[in-house]
Design a protein around this ligand. Structure first.
Ligand SMILES: [Zn+2]
Length: 344
């Protein structure tokens, strides 16, 4: 099959077209003909090399996959050749206390396809265990199908499970144009919340408002704390959906109301933040770390997407052969929604 592989870690130039052996489905697995694979910043981190991840080279990137079932292994039930599917990206051991409690995203062996958990979707074919298949209705394109699993799962776990978002919540979404931001705005609106989106780009804020956000903060230059104060009549936010890190952390802490929850799934502007402990204890704030979500949450999200209650947003589509250009484009952070590789 055709694929784009990396044989060493480094910049976008390490992405290389190659022909590799076709995978064969084992018992309980199907072979998916990949039609689309969405990019995530994780792809760039894995390509650059993450010391903590033991990734064997050559490696095939790509966590967010949609396609059609091409072949069925023994023991697969409920799916047949030709079915349209998206693929749940998280893998766990299935045996530990966390997995058996349904908290598979806390499993010690938790990994993501295209990263620590084997090859991903920058290829024509992908082996997928049947439990990780998500039906994709014909109302959604393959590009849309590839554009929701990782980010909508992440945003759902952050907002609904950890953030306890509800109709009376005020939610601050940092980085409105990111994949998680686009998902968080829609999920918070679905929960009935008042949503304030922030972005460094005026154009992205306009898109965020069209997507359902109630208000936008153009920051910088606007001040997040003062703007949140003004927009909420001084009540401030119940929940902040955060993945930016040091560039906004202090402002986000100060934008929360007493008992407010900062939920973070990343730190794109660096690893270290400083925290004024007085705000934390006197306002009884909660800082909650979040990684992906559970398989049960993934299925809930898939049903909402299939029903059209939340919509994946595709920014730009590149052919697989232009994976390098797609990586360079994603690194510019100009996108609103997902950057997708069209594979088959
Ligand atoms: Zn486990």
């Amino acid at each position: 099959m055709r694929a784009v592989i990396i044989e060493k870690f480094g910049g976008p130039e390490t992405l290389k077209a190659a022909t590799v052996p076709d995978p064969k489905p084992s018992t309980g697995e199907v072979l998916v003909r990949v039609r689309a694979c969405a990019l995530n910043h994780l792809d760039l981190f894995v390509r650059d090399g993450i010391p903590a991840y033991k990734i064997a080279l050559p490696h095939i990137l790509g966590c967010d996959v949609a396609g059609e079932i091409e072949d069925i292994g023994a023991g697969v039930v409920g799916f047949k050749k030709g079915d349209r599917v998206a693929v749940s990206p998280g893998r766990s051991c299935g045996r530990c206390d966390f997995c058996l409690s349904g908290l598979d995203n806390q499993c010690k062996e938790y990994g993501i396809i295209g990263a620590q958990a084997g090859p991903g979707g920058y290829a024509e074919l992908l082996r997928v265990p049947q439990d990780y298949l998500l039906p994709l209705p014909s109302t959604l394109s393959f590009e849309e199908g590839a554009s929701y699993p990782l980010t909508f799962l992440t945003a759902w776990h952050m907002l609904m499970t950890l953030g306890r978002c509800g109709p009376a919540s005020t939610v601050l979404v940092l980085g409105a144009g990111s994949g998680v931001g686009v998902a968080a705005i829609q999920i918070a609106k679905l929960a009935g919340a008042f949503v304030i989106a922030t972005s460094t780009s005026e154009e992205k804020l306009d898109r965020a408002l069209k997507l359902g956000a109630d208000a936008g903060i153009h920051s910088p230059p606007q001040d997040i704390v003062k703007s949140t104060h003004k927009l909420t009549g001084g009540r401030m936010a119940d929940i902040a959906v955060e993945h930016v890190g040091p560039a906004v952390f202090d402002a986000v802490i100060k934008s929360l109301k007493p008992g407010g929850r900062l939920v973070t799934c990343g730190s794109t502007t660096g690893p270290d933040v400083s925290l004024d402990m007085r705000y934390l204890f006197s306002r009884q704030l909660q800082i909650l770390g979040s990684k992906m979500g559970t398989q049960a949450e993934m299925r809930e999200v898939a049903r909402l997407v299939a029903a059209g209650r939340v919509k994946p947003v595709v920014d730009k589509v590149f052919p697989l052969t232009e994976a390098r250009q797609a990586h360079e484009y994603l690194a510019l952070k100009k996108q609103f929604g997902k950057v997708v590789l069209k594979v088959g």
